[in-house]
Structures are given as C-alpha cells and as structure tokens.
Ligand binder design. Sequence first.
Ligand code: MN
Length: 730
Amino acid sequence: MYQNLDFSHERDLTIDDLVRRVEAYYPDANFTMLRKAYLFAENAHKGQKRSSGEDYIIHPVNVAATLIRLHMDLDTIMAGLLHDVVEDCGVTPQEIEKEFNIGVSDLVVGLTKISKIKFKTKEESQIENFRKMVVAMAKDLRVIIVKLADRMHNMRTLQYVSDEKQKKIAQETLDIYVPLASRLGINSVKSELEDLCLRFLKPEIYYRLAEKVSMKKSERDNYIREVITTIKEKLLEYSLHAEVKGRPKHFYSIYKKMTARGVDFEQVQDLLAFRLIVSNITECYKALGIIHSSFTPIPGRFKDYIAIPKVNNYQSLHTAVMGPRAERIEIQIRTNEMDEVAEAGVAAHWKYKEGLAGKSAPKLDWVQELLEYNKNTDNNREFLDVIKNDLDLDGVFVFTPKGDVRELKYGATPLDFAYEIHTEVGHHCVGAKINGKIVPLRHVLKSGDSIEILTSKTQSPSKDWLNIAKSSKARSKIKQWLLKVERDENRDLGRDILEKAFKSFNTSLKALLKKNDFKDFFDENHIIDEDELCVQVGSGKFSAKQVIENLPSLKEQAAKQEISEIEDIESYSSEMTKNVRKKTHSDNAVIVDGMSDVMVRMAKCCNPIPGDSIVGFITRGRGITVHKSDCNRVDAETLVRTIKVSWNKGFNFTHPVSVRVMTQDKPGILSLISKTINNSGINIRSAMAKSMPDRKGSFIFEIEVKDYSELLKTISSIESLEEVISVTRV
Ligand code: MN
C-alpha cells in the first residue's frame, strides 16, 4: 500500500513513471489525458528553471508523484501537474477548462489563489492568509492536498535557496502546513515535513540525530530484522499472519520527545517503531495479546485508537514493549484500511474505488467550525490561537450518559461539552454531573469522565462564559448569542430614546414610519428597517437629534424648536446609554465572587437592598441576578447555579425599593405620608394610591434608600403615623 513514503526529490522522474504508478492502483484511468496534462505543463514551463538549475517541469512532476502516492483521483493529479501554469506561465483557467475539464481548472484556480497569499513576517497578515487557506480548503479539500504536495517538494529542494529563505519557508511550513497535514490526518506528509523543518530550522540538532542514528545503522538494521522475524514467528504460533515493518522513528518525533522530557539523545529509548498490519479488528486485538504475552509491555504506553479514533479518524493500537536485548520498541497494530487512513488521512477519501473516484469533499466539522468562528471574530490574534489550539490533537475523551465517546480539547469544561451536544444545551447549561457529582461550569474535564449536563430554561450565556469555554464551537455560539443580546438591548434603548424625542414633537415612531418620513435617512445610511434604526440609535451611532434633523416633516420644526429642548433629548440619550454601559462594568452594588466586569441585576421578585442577606444566580440575560437568601425563588433546583455575592461597601448609590402602606382612608393622608418620608431625607420615585372597599387606603411608594437600615428607619417613621395600619416591603 503506502510503502516507501520516505522518498527524496526524484530528479529523473518521467511521465512514463507516473503513468506506471497510477496504473498500479487505477488501471482504467484516462492516461491520454494524464499525458496531455504533462505535455501541456512541460510546454508552458519551457525555458523556466528551478533554483537547483533543473528544468521547471521536474517540480510539477514530483508534486504529481506525491499525489499518486496518496492514491488521489486523476483530476487532482492533473491539477498537480498544472498547478503553476496559471501563476507562472500566463495560461488562463478557461484554457485549462477547455483542454481538460472544469474540475481540473477549479483546482488550479484554487491553488493559484493560495499561491498569491504572501506570507509576511507580520503576524496579522499571516492570520489573514491562514483564513484564506481555510476558506479555500472548505470549498474543496483537494486544493489543500495538492498544496501540501507542492510544499513537500519545495521543502525537499530547499537546500537550493538562500539561508534566509530556508528559515522563513521552513518556519511557515511548521506553523501552517504541518498542523494542516496533521489535522487532515495525512501523516506521511506531516512526518516528512516535520523532519525537513527540523533540518532547516535546527540543523545542529538534525545532523546530530542523523549522525547518531546512522552510526548504528547496520547494527540497527540487523536488530529490526530480528524483531520482525520474532514477531512473525510468535504470531504464527497462533496462526496469525501479519505484514510487519520496522523503521527508525522520525527525527522530529525523537526531537519532540527530547524537548518534552528534557532528556538527551542517549536517554530517548524507543527509537524504533514497528507496524503490524492484519486483516481485521479482531486480529488487531489478538495480535496485541500475543505481543503483550511475548514481550514485557511498558506500563502506560498502551493506547486504543481503534475504540476511540482521533478526530482526524486515525485508528490504530499503540503499545511499547521491551524487545529483544532489552531495547524498548514501539508497536502499532492496525488493519490495512486503517493504515491507509493513517498514512493518507482525508486523501484516502478520493482513492480510486471500483469505478468511482470520490468527487464531493467529505464534510469536516472542524473546518465548518473554523469558518463560523472566522465570521464572528474581529480579533485576529484570537483567531490564530483558536486555529492553533484546535489543530492540537491531544484531547480528552469523555462519555455521554448513553456511553458515547466525545473528544474535547485539553482544558475543556462542561460548557464545551454542552455546546458539543447541541447549541441549545450549551445556552441553557447551568453545570454538570460528572460521575454523578455536581460540578460548576468551570470544572476541567478529564479523560474517562462521564458527563451529564444540567440545564435550566432560564439560563443563558454570559460574557464570562468566554473565559470558561475552550472550543471554537462553544465560543463562537456564545459570541453569537451575546451579540444578539447586545443588539436587542440597543434596539430597545434606541426605541425608547426615539419615542421620547418624537413625543416632544407630538408625533411617534409609528406615525412617522407610516408617513414614510425615514426613506431618505434609511437610504443614505443603508438602514434596512425600523429595528435597525433603533439599534443604531441605541448603540450611539446616530443621536436622536441627527435623526430628527433628517426627517422632512420635523426638520423645520426642529430648527425652530428651542435648542435646549433638543439638548435635553441629547443628554437624556447619552445618559441612558451611559447607564446601560455602566451596568456591564465595575461599579456594581454587588461584588460577585471572583469576577469583575460581570453584569449584576437585582431580582425583581425580592428586590434586595444592602444589608439583606443575598445570593447570586447565573441567569438569563448574561449576568448575575441577586436575590435575597430567603426569596422563595431560591430552591433546591436553582441552588446548583448559586454564586457567592456580597454587597459592595464602596457603592454609594441609592436603591429603589417599594413599600406598601395600608391606612385609614382619610383626606390628606397621601401628602402626610409623603412628607414623613421626605423629612427623613428619602426620595420618593413614585406613589400609587388605591381606595379599598372597607374605607381603607392602600399606597405603594417606590423610594430610594441606601441600605436596609435606612429602609427600616423609614418604615418605622411611617408606622408611627396614627392613621397608618401597616407598612410592608414589597
Ligand atoms: Mn509549485
């Protein structure tokens, strides 16, 4: 199958070689077309040279050879041959379409677009480039596969370019192309690119490793042969046939191990890796059993990627054992199909099979996720972090209540898991039960955890969730939600501001809309509807004054109107905006345990004031709602999402609180009570009166107090009035 993947630049490769190699796995391919693509490219590149001094055509031919080794379909191989003709030879995509087909020309166009991406040293532009690559990839993954083959050949011939260019290209390869190859599961390409990167980025280490490994070459080759024979014999005792291969491990993986463990070359032990290919999954486990009973397994090294495949679909059993002569060796066991996926990854999808060469790109969730993230972020650095993090394959495996396995990234929390299940589950997540025990949203998940998500209808995302969620999927969904909430908030505020402003002109938003008064203003500012107008006013993009001055029916009146009145509207709207903004920042009456910059609201049901014993709930509408501890909304169910809060002693503003006063119905009683309240220096916001049938009066006063003791004082001064029957807080 994918043998001998560790090959270097083939300088004498001809089209006949390519045809022969394609024939080996795809005998019915249209070889006339393949030869035509070769001749077309050769002709187009005539006279052009590579940095090595060779004819340019050797480059596309080597690129095609890599694609053939991945058993790609014919369009992709032809695109490999033609990948530079639009860019370097002025051939048009239309010509390619005419000579070949639209599939080939689309691929070449995609590649040309990617090649136009100039990787600069400035981080910002690199991110932009990465975005474009992800976008190109989402359309047709084969574009990236050809691009990887292209980069592979350029890396193999990197010694011919200047030192400076070597470093730059190698770094770019390590940063962008290696993670992509890894994520796409094309391990054969990934490993070789890594080794080449090491060679050009850290030559001293690379050559030291090469020297040490090669010093023992003949000894090593003998050892590999010995192990292969032993393994085969052991397996045969149980009549199990396997293809067994052995090789030294890739330099880069040795290097990674050295740096990760901080050890020297001599201390890195298992330098040899063996692979057993068997016919089916049962045989994989059977072979593992035989290996473990024939050699001493090294504890902690067994990994079952068959039961739990990696996100790039990699499947295999991994183990490490004490081989002959007490040498540690690494062993991978898998089936032929798994081996194909392991070496070619996503490329295996297009592998020629019984008369159908796969055409449509497989849908990869993470590509979609990255794209969604892309749309929702304006923070480039964060985007790059997300990509780099998400490309990291080391994750945690957790179980759903039904026993299904999900892979999440390291550091994932119940929130990530909840959003992984469903967006709605994420939005309403209040916590989780892990192995039956309740944990908060921040809890970091471990492999093997069994998770059940706890939800509440009244729960919704808040800003601090962005500090809790790790996956781009969860973060993207949370951001979408927050943006929508902010929009709704701005819309309501804007509507309020406008209605107040229009009212002073004795008209209303509705009336003006009916008159079509907004048409010009809308057109000019590309506003599509009433809601958007309100959003723009609420967010402060336009002031009420600006809107009014642009309305045909109010323009003149506005010019005549007292300036002060418009200024009032102005200051009113800025005041309102400020109030809304303030809510989301620090000056809160309540301090939330361990969190700043979180929105706090007093619960309407119990309306706590300083001095009351309180608890916070993470709750609907992005923030903490503060309840009195004895509020009857605080029950067993909601206790799960309680958060510790305390009164902010430095907060000196008053709190509105309502009291109901029952009185004998006597004339002048309202003013008497009002006076009493005012005399104690308390402001009254509003008062409502209601006559009761039995000659009793009921009033509700909304007053502003600093804290609980001030409220108590006020209540007792009202109670001291003779006519008053009772005073209660409501
Ligand atoms: Mn190229």
